[in-house]
Write a protein that binds this ligand. Structure first.
Ligand SMILES: Cc1ncc(COP(=O)(O)O)c(C=O)c1O
Length: 410
């Protein structure tokens, strides 16, 4: 494989031409020029509702179809009929949790984790309250930083209806053994809902290979516009009671998508999938679009990993700094380059503010990984200082944040 074309990649993202170092990628990524152009073009040419008998509406219809199909390619789904698009992952999860809850009865059980973002916890807890279900909490292992199948097994029984878990943590960056955990949960008869928000920017999600029933993600974390995406098995999406207007289409995905779609953002979403295809081509891949997307992921991961390890190694050398997550270079394949730290004397928010003032964008707080922050015994509000890389970051940017931190901590 040829070397990663970092300068070409960066030139694709207008925001990266500015002075800021974008190390806030787990919170949201920048978009490439073609995404900006696609959004603008849709606002000019397809600012119309769907299903009309004129060109702008026909173009909006085409954008709608294309966005669903592109996401199916991205996630390894069978077709765009399995893809729901909406405002955000949290909204989609709250929404579909109502439909799922309709299948279950008091005394049934669901499992949520102490590692997940609230977007994959709160919807299930609220649904359980509404339906009289029992909530079981799955811990993560403090040594491996991931959810171990051995901890899931004792929670499963014939009343387990759902396992909701994340693919990668937005705080520690650890990647869970999702396929294995899914197999275990499904052998007990449960459905599996995967939060892929933090994995999809770094790890190719092949929903068929994972074997799960749902996988949610957010396109603003993978170089696209502010949208949520939910893949679900077509049979399930067809059967679930839709929380939708009575005259809505009876077939998925439309039967679970409410209101007029954000056509311009859907155009940007398809363009963000095209970006992965483009990146695959730049690193020498041919073949089908999914093959090019897969090559883009491989190249981006190979490029990101050493930079992420460099960041971790430098942070660990700083007196008073604790890295919350996998630090061992040999375990890099079990994490994404999202690195959270605390300092013995300095508050995370103060550090984030000071770095922000220098044009270094990072995040502080619990980042909605509420249970995780509690389990680690962190200050619930101040949480961690989170530095999260994407494939458009450079070693120079990592060295910049390290140098700034050194002088702030001195
Ligand atoms: C792991 C994880 N899940 C869910 C969400 C929520 O995504 P959205 O903003 O699309 O609701 C986030 C957002 O940061 C996240 O990091």
């Amino acid at each position: 494989m040829q070397s990663f074309p970092i300068q070409l990649v960066r030139s694709r993202f207008p925001a990266l031409a500015g002075p800021a170092a974008y190390l806030d990628n787990p919170g949201g990524t920048q978009v490439s020029q073609p995404v900006v152009d696609a959004v603008a073009a849709a606002m000019v040419g397809a600012a119309s509702n769907l299903g009309g008998h004129f060109k702008a509406s026909n173009d909006a219809d085409a954008i709608w179809v294309r966005a669903h199909d592109a996401m199916a390619e991205m996630l390894g789904a069978r077709s765009g009929r399995e893809v729901l698009l909406g405002q955000a992952m949290t909204m989609l999860t709250f929404h579909i949790s109502r439909s799922l809850g309709r299948m279950w009865a008091p005394g049934d059980e669901i499992i949520v984790t102490r590692m997940d973002h609230e977007g994959n916890v709160a919807p299930w807890i609220r649904m359980a309250e509404d339906r009289g279900l029992t909530v079981r909490w799955l811990p993560f292992n403090r040594d491996t930083w991931r959810i171990e199948p051995a901890d899931l097994a004792p929670l499963l029984n014939e009343r387990t209806r759902l396992l909701a878990l994340n693919y990668a943590s937005n705080l520690t960056g650890s990647i869970n053994p999702v396929a294995e955990l899914t197999r275990l949960a499904k052998s007990a008869g449960a459905l599996v809902y995967v939060d892929g928000v933090q994995s999809v920017p770094h790890v190719r999600a092949d929903v068929e290979a994972l074997g799960c029933d749902f996988l949610a993600c957010s396109s603003y974390k993978f170089f696209g516009p502010h949208l949520g995406v939910l893949w679900g098995r077509e049979a399930l999406l067809s059967e679930l009671v839709p929380y939708a207007p009575r005259c809505a289409t009876p077939v998925p995905p439309g039967r679970h998508e409410l209101g007029t779609p954000q056509t311009e953002l859907l155009a940007g979403l398809a363009a963000s999938v095209d970006y992965f295809v483009w990146l695959g081509e730049q690193v020498g891949a041919g073949g089908s679009r999914p093959q090019r997307i897969a090559a883009a992921y491989d190249a981006a991961t190979s490029y990101e990993m050493p930079i992420g390890q460099h960041l971790i190694d430098e942070l660990r050398k700083m007196p008073g700094v604790t890295v919350h997550g996998i630090t061992d270079a040999g375990q890099q394949k079990h994490r994404v380059p999202t690195v959270s730290i605390t300092h013995a004397q300095h508050r995370s928010e103060a550090l984030a503010k000071a770095l922000g003032a220098q044009g270094i964008n990072v995040w502080s707080g619990h980042n909605y990984a509420f249970e995780l922050a509690r389990t680690l015994g962190l200050d619930e509000n101040d949480g961690v200082l989170r530095i999260g890389l994407a494939h458009y970051n450079t070693v120079a940017e990592v060295d910049r944040v390290i140098a700034s931190l050194k002088s702030l901590l001195a």
